[in-house]
Structures are given as C-alpha cells and as structure tokens.
Design a protein around this ligand. Structure first.
Ligand code: ADP
Length: 258
C-alpha cells in the first residue's frame, strides 16, 4: 500500500441513464485532509457524483478508490474499490454523507439525537436501556463542543433554528466517525451569520477530516478558502482556487455565455 495515496481517487467515471451520461468520464482526486468545494450548474452531475461515491448508484465505467487511514496502528492505508460496496458498507468504511434536508428527530434532545448517531448503530430503544461507554461519552462531548452546543445538549432539537439543525446533523454525521465527509449544500437557507459560522466549523473539521462540499453560495466558498472543482455536463470543467476558476475561459463561457 502507498502511504500517501489520496483519500479519494476517481478516474473515468461514467454513469448513464437511458443513454444520457449524467457523469461522463469524470476524474478527480481529493488528497488526505483536503477540503474541496464542488460547484456547477443544475444538472452538472453533482448529486450523481455523490451517489456513485456512496454506493447509491453503480457507475457503468471507471474507478472510485477510497484510501482509509483507519488502520493507523499499522501505519498503512487500506484502499477500497467503492464501486463494489453498497451504501451501508461505504458508510461503514468511513465515507459519511450529509444530505441537504435535515433528518434530526425533533422530539428528542440534541444529546439524544447525537447518542443515536454514534457508530455501532444504537436505536432509541437501546439508548434508553444502555449506558454510554466512557469512550462514547468523550466522543459525544467532543462533538457537542465542535458544533458549539455543549450548553444546550438537553434542549429539544425541534426548537433549533434551521442553521442549528444543520450543525446538529453534521454532529450526527461525525458520530459515525467518517474520514471523508460529503456534504450537500450546507449553507442553503442559512443567514449570513450562520453561513460564516458554518465555514469556520468546516475549517475546524478539515484539520481532522477530508471534506467534499457541494455548494452554490460563493461567499461561503470564498470563506472556506479551499480548492474548487467546477463540474459541467458530467465532467470536470475547471479546478483551482476560487479566483482561478472564476477567471477560467471555459467557466466564463459556460456561465456567462460568452
Ligand atoms: P446536479 O446535482 O449537479 O444538479 P444531477 O447529478 O442531479 O445534477 O443530475 C445530472 C443529470 O442526470 C441531470 O440531467 C439529471 O436530469 C440526470 N439524472 C440524474 N438522476 C437521474 C435518474 N435517476 N434518471 C434519469 N436521469 C437522471
């Protein structure tokens, strides 16, 4: 195994729906510990890309390789061909996905929502009768701190603002201990203040995780300050800093129709 292999390597990925190529020879590499923003017009293939990475959709062609560092004791990476796994298995390998729509349980507290999300698949029923291990307690405290909700752990999730629900949801994703996070439009529907707070949260997360963030909000992407990939018609149109892709001829032509 190569120790510095990228966390995600996609090469020549094609997905067809009735002959229409939603992904067309898509190739992209995410380095370990990298945060990457993905932009592109509606229909560019952003959702389909997340679907093939997470085992929801199987590609017709191409390579999708995830390199896990979970086995750090041996100081080696383990590479997985994600096209061979289903959704549950991909999640279990360490690829976490957050959809745009929050799925927190509103009648439970923040703490209880997080408790259920912890790796190992606790159900509400189990949470009622089993105490958390010391390790799980520490993990939960760490997540509460990270999402800045330590002081409201016992508040009902239903009373949270839209932005707070999104943060809780990210906390729930972290409960599953993913290495690579795929996050769909986190800033959608957020106030400017919430958007900037989310950018700060992501910068903190990027110190310990690899992240792929699909987003339309350019202020948010600018605040992330990370490399940007522009998708168009199922493949990569441009890649670079936000300034670079904004100045890219192909991007200008596609977006501004020049
Ligand atoms: P984005 O997320 O960038 O808006 P999508 O990945 O949702 O783009 O879609 C890419 C293209 O593939 C679109 O033209 C869409 O209509 C098409 N598409 C996506 N899923 C399906 C499907 N299950 N069946 C047929 N066409 C699909």
């Amino acid at each position: 195994h190569i120790d510095n292999s990228p966390v995600l390597y996609m090469d020549g990925v094609t997905v067809s729906f009735d002959g229409f190529k939603a992904l067309n020879n898509l190739s992209m590499t995410i380095e370990k510990g990298e945060m990457r923003a993905i932009i592109g017009p509606n229909g560019a293939g952003k959702t389909t890309m997340m679907d093939v990475i997470t085992g929801k959709t199987r590609p017709d062609e191409g390579t999708i390789r995830f390199s896990s560092s979970a086995n750090q004791a041996k100081n080696t990476n383990t590479d997985y061909d994600l096209t061979q796994y289903d959704e549950a298995a991909v999640a279990n390998l360490g690829v976490g996905r957050k959809f745009q729509k929050p799925s927190v349980i509103e009648s439970l507290t923040i703490f209880e929502n997080l408790e259920m999300s912890l790796k190992g698949g606790r159900t509400l029923w189990q949470s009622l009768f089993h105490k958390l291990s010391q390790e799980q307690k520490l993990k939960l405290d760490e997540i509460l701190h990270l999402i800045d909700m330590s002081d409201k752990a016992n508040d009902l999730a239903g009373n949270l603002s839209h932005g707070q629900k999104q943060w809780l949801e990210i906390g729930m994703l972290l409960g599953q201990e993913p290495e690579l996070l795929l996050i769909d439009e986190p800033a959608a529907g957020m106030t400017d203040e919430e958007t900037m707070k989310t950018a700060e949260l992501f910068k903190t997360l990027a110190k310990t995780h690899s992240l792929m963030v699909v987003e339309h909000d350019m202020d948010f992407i600018e605040a992330l300050g990370c490399k940007v990939t522009v998708l168009n018609e199922g493949s990569v149109l441009a890649e670079g800093t936000l300034q670079e892709v904004k100045a890219n001829e192909d991007v200008i032509e596609k977006y501004l129709g020049r």
